[in-house]
Design a binder for this molecule. Structure first.
Ligand code: G4P
Length: 522
């Protein structure tokens, strides 16, 4: 049975670069919504836990923005939301394990920023193909060559521009399409969705000169000569390997360059790809179903403790009411109401295909990384825990509620809200996170959902590495030396806790036979 090829991607960016705006505009140009301003309120109130929890509650009712689906150019597009504001957490990292490509949005005024660096690192690690969009060209920004240099240097990602801006800020006149040699004209006051396009093969033509001032044309000619001399032409295979990123320019707020961006995604971005498991490589065209859970969304209403598990379909067809296997426990799983995600709603779906994300009702069966299959034992690779950058010691403030406290820590770590470590000798519990809000969320949920309470203490650790060694002697020596810096994660794997990168590097040098990994998968 045929189905549209999937285009499953996520946007990576630093807060304020324009992710929300671009998401909305992509939906608008994709025909999924009729007018801007309908998609969602911007992730409200940055920074405070109550705003965050309110947002999460609302999401519990309408998770529509977690995955936005629409059809475009003969493909079904699945755009996965990556929480990107104060709610930055491992969820954001993990979402990237469920996509086939990424769209990197960079604010042309600010260039490459910290969050982009982190998220891009995950994509690079997974060899995820990346298309880059330089946004906010209507504002005075950095020189585009400089920004592209930053991308190449800081993100270790080669680039190849598909378009090039003509002027910037007040003087922004449009973009030159390097593949088609035409010019898309920018008009800050345009009300029409479609920008005017003129032929750009002859930059001395009367038409071109009628729209663009002489000095900008001179600059454009120089830029084009430079681009053609410096950057390689796009090679699809290199893009698919994740080593080169096509770059487009625009101004999402002004709808400018978004259609071209969507066209480029539809043209270049890969369809559902293969997934690695411990056992074998899973191809999307295999007939039997397989998929994995990459995110669990708790229902924050304490009266309804059910959760929604987000599953990425990797092969086969998911059908409602069919009996599947949950290989980790050997249990069977069946659902009458799997949820599909459309641009503004979630709705029950009968079938889902490789590349799709579906929501499964979960009463506590699933953990992040779990597989669902038709019986085969599969352990998906690449859904790791990521080295946290923030640590706190967590203390149970109410000894009578130890059971609730322990259950909360187990469940919150299963959901991926936090990582829980137990120090090897002193058996203290440490919480690891990548965003500070994860601690606030832990405290809030511990109280409101479990009736327990906790406090946090600072600890002198800032990096966690998963450690192992095939050499027992070397391992024993290492262990003996650092016994107070070793902890176990929730899956009983050994973790080395370091104060800073410098001490970590020294330890690594001193113990060359120990393998240090920055994700739980090494
Ligand atoms: P984010 O999700 O990545 O955090 O970014 P978001 O889209 O919310 O955009 C951040 C700010 O940048 C918003 O302004 C938005 O209007 C603005 N913006 C997005 N794209 C462009 C662009 O192409 N040009 C210009 N000049 N601005 C752009 P804000 O004032 O923070 O919020 P709002 O009140 O406009 O929503």
């Amino acid at each position: 049975m045929s189905h549209l090829p999937r285009l499953t991607f996520a946007i990576i960016s630093h807060p304020d670069a324009g992710k929300t705006t671009i998401t909305e505009k992509l939906l608008l140009f994709g025909g999924a919504i009729q007018a801007a301003g309908l998609v969602k309120a911007k992730h409200g109130g940055r920074g405070t836990v109550s705003d965050f929890m309110q947002m999460e509650k609302e999401r519990g009712v309408s998770i529509s923005t977690s995955v936005m689906g629409f059809d475009f150019a003969g493909r079904k597009v699945n755009l996965l939301d990556t929480p990107g504001h104060a709610d930055f957490s491992e969820d954001t990292y993990r979402t990237l394990t469920a996509v086939d490509s990424a769209l990197m949005v960079i604010d042309s005024v600010k260039g490459v920023e910290e969050r982009t660096r982190k998220l891009c690192e995950i994509c690079r690690m997974r060899r995820t193909p990346i298309i880059t969009f330089l946004n906010k060209l209507d504002r005075e920004g950095k020189d585009p060559f400089e920004v592209l240099d930053e991308v190449e240097r800081e993100l270790n990602l080669q680039v190849t521009p598909l378009s090039w801006p003509i002027g910037q800020g007040q003087a922004f006149k449009g973009v030159y399409n390097l593949l088609e040699d035409n010019i898309l004209l920018f008009d800050a006051h345009a009300t029409d969705l479609e920008a005017k396009m003129i032929d750009g093969k002859d930059l001395d033509s009367a038409e071109v000169k009628g729209h663009i001032a002489e000095h900008l044309l001179t600059k454009l000619k120089e830029d084009l000569a430079m681009i053609r001399g410096v950057y390689p032409t796009l090679n699809q295979a290199d893009y698919l390997k994740g080593t080169i990123s096509p770059v487009l320019f625009g101004s999402a707020l002004n709808n400018f360059g978004v259609r071209e961006l969507l066209n480029a995604l539809a043209k270049y971005a890969p369809s559902a790809g293969a997934f690695a498991t411990e056992q074998r490589l899973i191809q999307p065209d295999e007939p039997t179903l397989s998929g994995f859970i990459f995110k669990i969304h708790a229902n924050l209403d304490p009266k309804h403790r059910d959760r929604i598990a987000f599953m990425r379909i990797c092969s086969g067809v998911f059908e409602k009411n069919k009996l599947y296997t949950h290989p980790r426990t050997g249990k069977t799983y069946r659902t009458a109401t799997p949820l599909a995600f459309m641009a503004q709603s979630r709705e029950a779906t009968d079938k889902a295909y490789p590349g799709d994300i579906i929501g499964l009702h979960d009463t506590g069966l699933f953990r992040i990384g779990d597989a669902i299959t038709e019986g085969e034992r599969l352990d998906f690779k690449g859904i790791p825990a990521f080295s946290p950058q923030l640590f706190r010691r967590i203390l149970n403030k109410d000894p009578l509620k130890s059971k609730q406290f322990n259950r909360a820590l187990t469940e919150l770590s299963e959901e991926g809200v936090i990582q829980v470590f137990t120090t090897y000798y002193s058996k203290e519990r440490l919480i690891g996170a990548v965003g500070v809000l994860q601690f606030d969320v832990t405290q809030f949920r511990l109280t409101s959902e479990y009736g327990a309470s906790c406090s946090f203490e600072g600890v002198d650790f800032n990096i966690a590495c998963w450690v192992s060694s095939p050499n027992k002697e070397a391992w024993d020596r290492f262990f003996g030396f650092y016994e107070n810096k070793i902890a176990l994660d929730s899956k009983e794997r050994f973790v080395f806790l370091a104060t800073n990168r410098w001490t970590l590097e020294r330890t690594m040098e001193d113990h060359p036979q120990i393998h240090f990994a920055f994700t739980s998968e090494g």
